[in-house]
Design a protein around this ligand. Sequence first.
Ligand code: NAD
Ligand code: UGA
Length: 462
Amino acid sequence: MKNKFEKKVCCIGAGYVGGPTMSVIASNCPEIRIDVVDINNKRIEAWNSNDFSKLPVFEPGLEEIVKQCRGKNLFFSNKVEEGIANADIIFISVNTPTKTRGIGAGFASDLKWIESSARQIAKYARNHTVVVEKSTLPVKTAETIKTILKSSIKNDGVDKDKTFSIVSNPEFLAEGTAIDDLQNPDRVLIGGEDDFSINLLSDIYKRWVEPKKIITTNLWSSELSKLVANAFLAQRISSINSISALCETTGANISEVVRAIGTDTRIGDKFLKPGPGFGGSCFKKDILNLVYLSRYYGLEKVADYWEQVVGINDWQQKRISTLVIRKLFGTLTNKTLAIFGFSFKANTNDTRESPSINISKNLLQEGAKLNFYDPKVGKKKILFELGGMISEDNVLVSNEALKAAEGADAIIVLTEWEEFNCLDWQNIYQVMRKPAWVFDSRVFLDIEALKNIGFEVWSLGT
Ligand code: NAD
Ligand code: UGA
């Protein structure tokens, strides 16, 4: 069975990156066997579920690919040891969150999952293995991985065929568009030290990516470029969000400003959507990591500069919370607010670092009752994210927008789910307490239509 495949790939980590990335490689390379392994049994069970709507990651197009490849050349299991031992190429796609304690807490990335993956590879790999850093890592992490891998090679002859090379191949997919991003990437970045490994990986991508889009660099440029790409993207969001506040006080309109500046081809129109601040598992952690690295190398000014991007993001969320409270007569006691959208952006069920979390917590702090509706995020996840802020009667989760709005004083739209534009707002208005407010933090609703129905409307940056 094993021999029918030309190459064997193992991916450690079956999360938001490992799952979709390996699915797309599998669908483009039927001659490669891919084993995606994870220590989280529940996740693996979900990847193997017969009900494809239960896959642990929701991404448009993912279900179809998993249906097509699973059990043929794509396998999900908890057999980490076996996956590693059989592989020619091992992708490390484990989580690298911000450290919560110890040196660098609050800034540096916690590399304990990277270290444990490297130790597992060191122990179980056989022959020559190419180890690929797919996770986002601080620059110079490859040095650590190399040291761990080298130290595993015994000099007694047992491991005489065991060798490793290491390649950095950061992932640039965005959630919600992961499959399209993987299928049609702007570029694929491969950083390495030896041509054999770089070519091995390039040849895989060349199955569906134009060769001119495959950029090769040294290891350190590749590791650093991933952090820098995320920092630049997040910087644009903080820049436009800072201007949204200025628009509100001057009579300028943020959508008009975006159009006016975005048509300058040097600036470009992407990543200029104002909103409640960036969420997701990566922007904040990657910038904080860049800040930590800059301080570590004595570059205080560089660190301060990038730290401000996160500072503005936190400020925007606080600002929106305060604004809602002020508009609702300065108090939220005995008021019910409907929160529309809990995922950190549309088309994903991911809630990590979602702006909805901080804004909801601020509103709960002020005594509001919150009624949540999100098309893809269920009660369990919402309650988990709000943690200690929940009491018996201050949080409800509805499975319909209309239900969430019943008796509410205001609707706070925090995720730009397209279905919010198709709701029967007339009906929603009827079931709310008056004056009925809509706060559009994503600047995407039809404000005039809402006003005509009778809503009081606040739209960010206007
Ligand atoms: P995730 O938490 O969804 O998945 C990581 C998985 O790794 C988990 O299921 C965990 O159980 C597993 N794992 C951890 N240690 C393991 C071990 N020793 N053996 C086997 N499995 C192990 O994380 P993610 O969102 O997929 O992100 C992974 C990496 O990719 C991070 O470094 C992140 O910064 C980067 N990244 C994420 C995205 C994104 O959109 N989420 C995009 C680009 C890059
Ligand atoms: C981001 C990057 O876009 C990916 O290239 C990168 O691979 C990934 O981080 C990562 O390293 O994890 P992602 O976080 O999935 O992807 O989603 P984005 O589309 O970048 O959105 C991030 C946050 O910024 C969301 O909360 C989104 O609503 C917000 N955003 C985005 C804005 O507020 N305005 C915009 O114009 C764009």
